[in-house]
Write a protein that binds this ligand. Structure first.
Ligand SMILES: CC(C)(COP(=O)(O)OP(=O)(O)OC[C@H]1O[C@@H](n2cnc3c(N)ncnc32)[C@H](O)[C@@H]1OP(=O)(O)O)[C@@H](O)C(=O)NCCC(=O)NCCS
Length: 184
């Protein structure tokens, strides 16, 4: 039996955290520490697909602070999309349940992906801006500026299309958006 659970980071059980981390270690080994970590009071909303009480596919939304044209915005970022059992439609169910959440809350989410994954997001009914990562500068700490220099990825987005961030991204403007996260 398949279930979708939507839980804030602080509501995860030890079993769920371990299963999430197992998937993260398998798929994104360099990012795993974050899940155990430091930012537990931050807004982190997990979308978990469970089959017979075992997590098979994951995804999450986090807050992304942004700045452009001297305006500060907070939108949502899509992160950690991964399936333990691939090609069974589980990733698409996760992406569709994130879409439902965006509709319900009238919010906007963006994410970055390798070009090889864009087809999956398109099939999951998300919008893609090709090489959209090039429109961003990432700032984590005061002296920690940078843009991604190689393998520029695509940008996926969905939700409120009237949001100034989306209007800017879809325009021909060359002004970059500063994201106060290194990457996600
Ligand atoms: C990308 C990923 C999350 C897809 O999850 P999944 O559960 O296998 O995907 P689904 O089975 O729901 O696939 C949905 C549709 O996308 C297609 N699809 C899945 N992965 C694809 C890919 N890499 N390229 C093209 N199409 C893909 C499927 O064929 C399916 O098409 P259909 O609706 O016509 O049948 C999974 O491959 C994964 O965990 N990858 C490693 C982690 C990763 O790279 N995450 C993305 C970070 S940006």
């Amino acid at each position: 039996m398949i279930d979708i659970e939507i839980k804030h980071r602080n509501e995860l059980s030890e079993k769920e955290l371990n299963e999430i981390n197992e998937i993260r270690i398998a798929e994104f080994s360099n990012l795993t520490k974050y899940e155990y970590g430091v930012l537990v009071n931050e807004f982190i909303l997990w979308f978990l697909l469970e089959e017979n009480d075992e997590i098979k596919s994951i995804g999450k939304l986090i807050t992304i602070p942004l700045n452009f044209d001297d305006e500060y915005y907070e939108i949502l970022g899509v992160q950690s999309i991964a399936s333990k059992d691939k090609m069974r439609g589980f990733g698409k169910i996760i992406m569709n349940s994130i879409l439902d959440y965006l509709t319900r809350t009238e919010s906007l989410a963006i994410g970055f992906c390798e070009k090889s994954n864009s087809a999956f997001y398109k099939k999951s009914d998300w919008n893609i801006i090709e090489s959209g990562e090039s429109k961003f500068i990432f700032q984590f700490g005061v002296d920690d500026y940078g843009s991604i220099s190689e393998d520029i990825g695509d940008l996926l987005w969905d939700g409120n299309e009237d949001h100034p961030v989306i209007k800017h991204l879809l325009s021909n403007s060359k002004d970059k958006i500063t994201a106060f996260r290194k990457s996600w």
